[in-house]
Design a protein around this ligand. Structure first.
Ligand code: MG
Length: 380
């Protein structure tokens, strides 16, 4: 499994933002800028975090180690601080490293995921937003010319790299680079541009605090969806339930592999998005879905959620049947659902109940499944 770490550069003095303290230590909503930034990386599934601080801020950073971060002292320059962070990872080197400004607390998990995905095929990747405003040159308050904006991008962080390559690049660089992308390029590394996010602002000026607070509140969108599915038993020797092949004296009948649990979870995600159901996205009238493995449906629903800016934070599935016994297979089902959905298994629940021999499930004519999915856009 790919090991990923993030370096949060928090050593700047940031006096432009006012307020006495460097901006990364100032309050934002109910926490501080840096706390929001660290929470954003944890929400993006990055648990190994190195925070690079100015030695004068050691008291301010005192609580960070308790939350599991490594705290290291930076240098006079930003590049020197990044190198201190990279060196702190050297004893147990990760495969990939994300380097991020502490003053960008609104980075979303989807953006982190885009950078990491690009690192599968490139040694470096960084988010940027295309310049859409007209660009002028100005002299003494007057427009003195216009600048072609073709091919111009506004750079953001996190900038991601293969760890060994960026460490070597920083060690070889003479200094004075604007950012880590410049360091990487000086070492001959290709850096892919991935779609940035207009809301991933860098807090610089005093008014940026108000904008960041507004975005944090306004952007949050929590949704719940439910799903229900039934498949009837027919002849066979196994059933597919939540991605696991379970031996049984019958099989579930259906157009696809009839994984009733996975279908219920998939419909719960479509439900939370308000975007139809499996039957609509994968019509049973189309022969190409005959016998299809149901992970195709679930992967589609998860991708649709991501495309619309949502993270799936939890899914809960209840299977209703007398037999087969689900308990012994539940951990494997959790693990398989988590793998398909790209979530950690502690965000997936698979449980079962009988219907006390009542009704169609009680008569063992089929299996029913109920599911709930929770989706979140933005940051709490
Ligand atoms: Mg179904």
């Amino acid at each position: 499994m790919t090991q990923i770490a993030a370096i949060i550069v928090a050593a700047g003095r940031g006096s432009r933002a006012g307020g006495g303290l460097p901006k990364q230590w100032r309050p934002l909503g109910s926490a501080r800028v840096i706390d929001a930034t660290l929470a954003a990386f944890r929400a993006g599934g990055i648990g190994r975090l190195v925070v690079v601080i100015h030695p004068e801020d050691a008291t301010l950073a005192a609580g960070l180690a308790e939350t599991g971060c490594a705290v290291v002292h930076g240098a006079e320059t930003r590049a020197g601080s990044v190198l201190a962070g990279l060196a702190a990872l050297e004893a147990d080197p990760p495969d990939m490293v994300l380097i991020h400004d502490a003053a960008r607390p609104l980075v979303r998990p989807a953006l982190i995921a885009r950078v990491l995905e690009a690192l599968d095929t490139h040694p470096g990747a960084a988010p940027a937003v295309a310049v859409t405003d007209a660009l002028w040159r100005g002299t003494q308050g007057l427009v003195s010319g216009t600048q072609d904006r073709t091919g111009l991008w506004r750079a953001q962080t996190p900038q991601g790299f293969h760890y060994a390559a960026i460490l070597a690049a920083h060690r070889a660089h003479p200094g004075g680079a604007a950012d880590d992308v410049e360091v990487a390029r000086a070492a001959g590394l290709d850096v892919a541009i991935v779609a940035g996010d207009e809301d991933n602002l860098k807090i610089t000026a005093p008014e940026d605090f108000a904008r960041a607070t507004r975005l944090m509140g306004a952007a949050m969108d929590i949704r719940t969806g439910n799903g229900f599915d039934v498949h009837a038993f027919g002849p066979g020797d196994h059933v597919w339930l939540c991605g696991v092949k379970v031996p049984h004296d019958r099989a579930l009948m259906g157009h696809s592999d009839a994984d009733v649990g996975m279908h219920a979870v998939t419909d719960a995600i479509y439900g939370a998005l308000g975007m139809g159901d499996i039957g609509q996205h994968f019509p049973p009238s189309e022969a190409r879905w005959k016998g299809a493995a149901s992970h195709i449906f679930l992967e589609h629903a998860c991708a649709l959620a991501r495309e619309h800016g949502f993270d799936i934070t939890h899914a809960d599935c209840t299977l209703i049947c007398e037999r087969p016994k689900i308990g012994p297979h539940a951990p494997a089902m959790k693990a398989e659902m988590a793998r398909i959905m790209g979530l950690s298994p502690d965000r997936i629940s698979v449980k079962a109940t009988t219907s006390e021999r009542l009704g169609f499930t009680g008569r063992e004519e089929g299996i029913a499944a109920l599911a709930t999915a929770t989706l979140l856009k933005g940051q709490p």
